[in-house]
Ligand binder design. Structure first.
Ligand code: HEM
Length: 316
C-alpha cells in the first residue's frame, strides 16, 4: 500500500476514510505474518538443536536457522533481524511469484495439449523410470529439459509476476529510445532512434509486460503461446534483453535459478503422472473463449490467475 512512512503511526489517531481501515488491516496482517514466522523459526530451531536432518521439505528454513545459531557468532552469523527479513523475502518474494506463475502454467498446459504432449515426451526421456522414483541421483537437472524450461519462460513472458518495476535513478543518464510505426495489420516498423535525458532522482517505471508483448523483439505472433521461441538454434538466439520477468542487473531476482528449478520440477512431475485437461464446461467451447476464461487474472503485488481450474486424469 503506497502511503507515506509516517502514516501508519498516526492512522490510529487521525481517521482517513477508507485509507485508515486499509492501513489497520495491513498492520494486522503484517503482525500475523510476524507471529507465523516466529512459529516457523522456533520449530526449525528445535530441529537444529536436536540435530535433525535438513533434507526435509523445509531445508531452506533449516539452513537459515542454522546460520543464525552458528557457534562462530558475530558477523559470521545471521542476526535475528536478518533471519526474519530473509524468511520474509523468501515467503513473499519467493512463494507468491512462483505459485501464481505455476497457476498460469497449469492453465496453459490444459489449453495447449500439443505443448503438453511435447513436455510429456521430454519428461519420459529424462526420467524413464518416472518422476516418482524418489531416487534423486537419477533425476537429471532442469537444464536437461529445454522444452519444459521454455514452456515456463513463455508462461512468464505472457504473464510476468511483476508487470512493472519502479526504479530510482541513481545518476544522470541518457536512455536510447526509438519511434516505431504500426502498419495496417498491426505490424511494427522501427523508426527514428532518439534519446531521453533522465536526471538523477527521477523514478523510472519499467513496463515489463509491454516489453514482453513488443513485436519488435518477439515477432508478429507475440500474442501466441509458443514455447519454441525460447529455444535457441544455429540461426536463432532468443532475445535475452527483451525478457525481464526476473528483472536484470545487480538487483535482479536472487531466486531465479531456484524458481526455474522448482517450477520445471513441479511441471515435469505433474505431467509425468497426470494429463492436465480443461474443465468439462469448457471442453467444446471455441478456443478464444477457453483462453479468455482460463487465463483470467487480477493484479495485486503480483499478477494473480483467478480461474486456473483444470481437471487431472491419471496416466496409466
Ligand atoms: C517465478 C518466480 C519468480 C519471479 C517471476 C520473480 C521475480 C522477481 C523480480 C522481477 C524481482 C526484482 C524486483 C525489483 O526489481 O523490484 C525479484 C527480486 C527478488 N526475488 Fe524473485 N521472483 C521469483 C521467485 C523467487 C524465489 C523462488 C525467491 C527466493 C527463493 C525469490 C527471491 C527474490 C528476492 C530476495 C528478491 C530481491 C532481490 C534484491 O532486491 O536484491 N524470487 N524477483
Amino acid at each position: 500500500m503506497l502511503t507515506p512512512d509516517w502514516f501508519p503511526a498516526i492512522s490510529s489517531i487521525v481517521k482517513v476514510p477508507f485509507l485508515s481501515a486499509r492501513v489497520h488491516a495491513t498492520q494486522q496482517a503484517f503482525e500475523e505474518l510476524g507471529r507465523y514466522m516466529l512459529e516457523l523459526v522456533s520449530s526449525a530451531r528445535a530441529s537444529v538443536v536436536e540435530g535433525r536432518s535438513s533434507a526435509s521439505s523445509a531445508a531452506l528454513l533449516h539452513n537459515l536457522v542454522e546460520a543464525n545459531t552458528s557457534p562462530e557468532g558475530g558477523s559470521k552469523c545471521l542476526s535475528d533481524g536478518e533471519l526474519l527479513s530473509n524468511i520474509f523475502s523468501f515467503l513473499l518474494a519467493g512463494h507468491e511469484t512462483s505459485a501464481h506463475s505455476l497457476g498460469f502454467a497449469i492453465s496453459l498446459l490444459a489449453l495447449h495439449p500439443e505443448a503438453q504432449s511435447k513436455m510429456y515426451a521430454e519428461v519420459r526421456k529424462v526420467w524413464p523410470e518416472g518422476s516418482g522414483t524418489r531416487n534423486f541421483a537419477k533425476l537429471r537437472p532442469f537444464f536437461s529439459q529445454p522444452y519444459t524450461l521454455a514452456f515456463f519462460r513463455e508462461t512468464l513472458r505472457l504473464f510476468p509476476a511483476a508487470i512493472w518495476l519502479s526504479k530510482l535513478v541513481y545518476a544522470d543518464a541518457v536512455l536510447p529510445a526509438q519511434h516505431f510505426t504500426v502498419g495496417e495489420k498491426g505490424t511494427l516498423t522501427p523508426g527514428k532512434p532518439f534519446s531521453v535525458a533522465v536526471p538523477a532522482g527521477s523514478v523510472v517505471i519499467l513496463d515489463i509486460w509491454s516489453l514482453h508483448m513488443n513485436p519488435l523483439y518477439w515477432g508478429d505472433d507475440v500474442e501466441d503461446f509458443k514455447p519454441e521461441r525460447f529455444i535457441d538454434s544455429d540461426t536463432y538466439r532468443w532475445p535475452r534483453d527483451a525478457f525481464l520477468s526476473f528483472s536484470a542487473g545487480p538487483r535482479a531476482c536472487i531466486g531465479q535459478r531456484f524458481a526455474y528449478t522448482e517450477s520445471v520440477c513441479i511441471l515435469a512431475s505433474l505431467v509425468d503422472r497426470y494429463e492436465v485437461l480443461l474443465p468439462e464446461n469448457l471442453m467444446h467451447k471455441p478456443f478464444e473463449e477457453q483462453k479468455e476464461k482460463m487465463l483470467k487474472w487480477t493484479h495485486s503485488i503480483t499478477l494473480i490467475p483467478t480461474n486456473a481450474n483444470v481437471r487431472l486424469r491419471r496416466r496409466t
